[in-house]
Design a protein around this ligand. Sequence first.
Ligand SMILES: NC(=O)C1=CN([C@@H]2O[C@H](COP(=O)(O)OP(=O)(O)OC[C@H]3O[C@@H](n4cnc5c(N)ncnc54)[C@H](OP(=O)(O)O)[C@@H]3O)[C@@H](O)[C@H]2O)C=CC1
Ligand SMILES: O=C(OP(=O)(O)O)[C@H](O)COP(=O)(O)O
Length: 338
Amino acid sequence: MVKAKIAVNGYGTIGKRVADAVRAQDDMEIIGISKTKPNYEAAVAHQLGYDIYAPAANLGAFEKAGMPAAGTIEEMVEKADLVVDCTPGGVGEGNKSLYEKAGVKAIWQGGEDHSLAGFSFNAICNYEQAVGRDLVRVVSCNTTALCRAIYPIDKELGVKKVRVILARRATDPNDVKKGPINAIVPDPIKLPSHHGPDVKSVLPQINITSAALKIPTTLMHVHTVNMEVDKDCTVDEVKNIFGSQPRIRFVGQGMSSTAEIMEFARDMKRPRNDMWENCIWPESITVGDKEIYFFQAVHQESIVVPENIDAIRAMMELESDGAKSIEKTNKAIGLYNK
Ligand SMILES: NC(=O)C1=CN([C@@H]2O[C@H](COP(=O)(O)OP(=O)(O)OC[C@H]3O[C@@H](n4cnc5c(N)ncnc54)[C@H](OP(=O)(O)O)[C@@H]3O)[C@@H](O)[C@H]2O)C=CC1
Ligand SMILES: O=C(OP(=O)(O)O)[C@H](O)COP(=O)(O)O
């Protein structure tokens, strides 16, 4: 089988995970990753056997650091069928002309605007519409989690409206520059936060509003979700709907916080403690007067990783059935739901 040739431009929190997840698949291969500087992350990428590409002006620095680059970022892009752009939010849009010039397909992340790709992706919601596309944006971590939870409820019970309060982790665990470390910050102070409108970029029919607070933690985000639905339902019915989803996990057995969920991921020997699933507390599911309430936790560093793999598979026309791609991705990375 000829494997799809994938490049990862931007080897940070998301990029390094996407690269490893591509490597775990049998229908695609990594032809290179990009780094701008030869730091510890580049050293690990080198040890892992990734071909590293760098800006032309920095090739000498990589040579000097004992990890010679395989070429420039432009050369990497030329060799690829598809580039997954994992550069910081707002940087990726500047790469569009590079990808277009090289005639390669491109995926951007949630830090870029919907208009850049003109199509926002979530595997469970719109895989089939991504088949054969050249440009796709995988929505951000919070939006991914919301789409995964809202879509099946809408399908089974009809969603009238959704109201979400997000407690957002301040920054990622490796980030020494950002805060807050002793404050709770309404972010943004003007409602809604971008998450509700962003869900609509995937599920335009959903009436949703969101508000977000940044809190001094790095592990995960937590959502308080309220959905008004068309049909009467019971807690058990809602549990059955969530329980049948390939990327939703119920958390219990003493896991009463994000800290314990991360410990569970460590104990399961997940790579980098990754928790790719929405983590819903089943005890929090509350139903009454055609309204559903629940809490879910979101591991921001990893939740979008399987979605990137499915987006690649759809765009490269490696699989036309979304459910099959989700199953294949999950199996290859080690995401076993129950
Ligand atoms: N972190 C998160 O929680 C999530 C992030 N996202 C989205 O994913 C995208 C990437 O975010 P994240 O992984 O956190 O970002 P990071 O800052 O962790 O990683 C981005 C990497 O890109 C590299 N980089 C910087 N500038 C350039 C450039 N001009 N060209 C090539 N590479 C560059 C940097 O590495 P170096 O300079 O060392 O080479 C850096 O490590 C964003 O759109 C973000 O919104 C989505 C979901 C969750
Ligand atoms: O995509 C994310 O969050 P989001 O879903 O709130 O946009 C990531 O957690 C990155 O968020 P950041 O912009 O606070 O680093």
